[in-house]
Design a protein around this ligand. Structure first.
Ligand code: ATP
Ligand code: MG
Length: 390
């Protein structure tokens, strides 16, 4: 029996004239996601996207799994393709739905008919299909108010489709519809979650990581790449810039008051991130900061880091508790990697008593002996780029 995937795009319906752009982007994202599984044909009609396998060996189960990783997809379902005849629909329904119907007690059939020349009306289709299911599965009962499952029969232009329950999609907006931004990625729990959250809002992601060898190890860098590959499952390929940060940290250690180490280090990260982002066509930065979580994430500290930024900084976790963040981290399969105990450059040079309430102008004073411009230039020169695949 021939099966297809039907997709409903939730929020896209709200986008008015832009709708077409959003839909095109989502379709190209779906194509990219499924391309290793075999040939497919994608068509759209009346706010539904149809994915039809073309190659014989198309991996349908894997495709259903991958569909849950595509942002913009509100819900989807697998459906059986029938000829547009009452006989074909009634003969295929009990066979196609056999496993599904065995797992429920009550059901309801909803029919939709866009082809008005079909011999039965929608209520008649529902009645006939309901009847044939009752005849084949004696344990079933119809419940129109609160059924265990709704079976949908749609008679469209070229075929009819029978489908069971819908599967919830990843939601959000198609990646690529909100522009490009650069995430500051550490090996921690928060920044991969921040990256995922913003990709969900349609951003294409670049990433930047600051490494301080020999204080930080190759394994710490590998950890960052693994975390990004988890995000890339949803966002697509991510360009990663690895910035050598050792010299800057050592200079901060030599030239600046200890209680300002972290703040000045974060300001240096932001300065470099803005420049790299701009040269890579990004319009904003993304970080995993959450208000009050650590000394460098108080509001005065965030203000002091924002002062050196030349583009918007998105902090999607700002109002979340650690538990809420961990929930998402586990959902995207990043948590087990994030908690591996490798050092981050932030943890290497931590002051005993970090400043939590820097006043305006104090950071500038504290970094006065730092030769900022040449340090930034050397760090940028030493950047190594790579591409992280899903
Ligand atoms: P995370 O769990 O994401 O590491 P955190 O709670 O440990 O965050 P910080 O270490 O203060 O907090 O880092 C705050 C944010 O700064 C991170 O979420 C990340 O966006 C960025 N960041 C921290 N360290 C690095 C790094 N080595 N390279 C790039 N970005 C970093
Ligand atoms: Mg960290």
């Amino acid at each position: 029996m021939k099966e297809i995937i039907l997709i409903k795009d939730g929020e896209l319906a709200l986008k008015g004239l832009n709708r077409r752009n959003f839909e095109d982007k989502m379709i190209s994202n779906i194509r990219r996601r499924l391309k290793t599984l075999g040939d497919i044909k994608i068509t759209t009609s009346q706010s539904t996207i149809y994915i039809e396998p073309v190659s014989e060996d198309f991996d349908f189960e894997k495709a259903l799994e991958y569909m849950q990783l595509v942002f913009g997809v509100a819900a989807f379902s697998r459906a059986c393709v029938c000829e547009k005849t009452v006989e074909d629909i009634l003969s295929k329904a009990p066979v196609y739905l056999a496993d599904t119907m065995k797992s429920v007690k009550t059901f309801k059939v909803e029919a939709k008919r866009s082809d008005k020349s079909f011999p039965l009306t929608s209520p008649e289709i529902s009645r006939e299909v309901g009847g044939v299911l009752l005849k084949n599965f004696h344990h079933l009962r119809v419940d129109v108010h609160n059924p265990d499952i709704i079976i949908t029969v749609e008679v469209r232009d070229f075929a009819a489709y029978i489908r069971g329950a819908q599967i919830k999609g990843a939601g959000g907006l198609p990646v690529g519809t909100s522009g490009r931004a650069q995430v500051l990625i550490s090996g921690g729990i928060d920044s991969p979650v921040a990256a995922w959250t913003m990709a969900k809002r349609g951003l294409t992601l670049n990433a930047i990581h600051f490494a301080s060898p020999p204080y930080t190890s190759v394994r710490a860098e590998m950890k960052v790449k693994t975390l990004l590959s988890k995000v890339a499952k949803y966002s697509g390929t991510i360009k990663l810039a690895i910035v050598p940060f050792t010299e800057i940290q050592e200079e901060i250690g030599k030239c600046c008051p200890e209680d300002y180490f972290t703040l000045i280090m974060r300001r240096m990260m932001m300065r470099i991130a803005c420049r790299v982002a701009e040269s890579d066509g990004c319009l904003g930065l993304v970080t995993g900061e959450s208000l009050g979580q650590v000394a460098s994430q108080t509001l005065p500290a965030l203000a002091a880091t924002d002062q050196v930024c030349t583009m918007p900084v998105m902090r999607p976790l700002i109002g979340m508790d650690k538990e809420e963040i961990i929930l998402i981290s586990k959902k995207i399969d990043a948590f087990e990697t994030s908690i591996l105990p490798y050092e981050d450059c932030c943890t290497v040079f931590t002051p005993k008593h970090p400043h939590t309430k820097p006043k305006k102008g104090q950071c500038e004073k504290a970094e006065i002996k730092l030769d900022i411009e040449p340090l930034i230039e050397r760090a940028i020169e030493g950047i190594e780029y790579c591409y992280i695949e899903p």
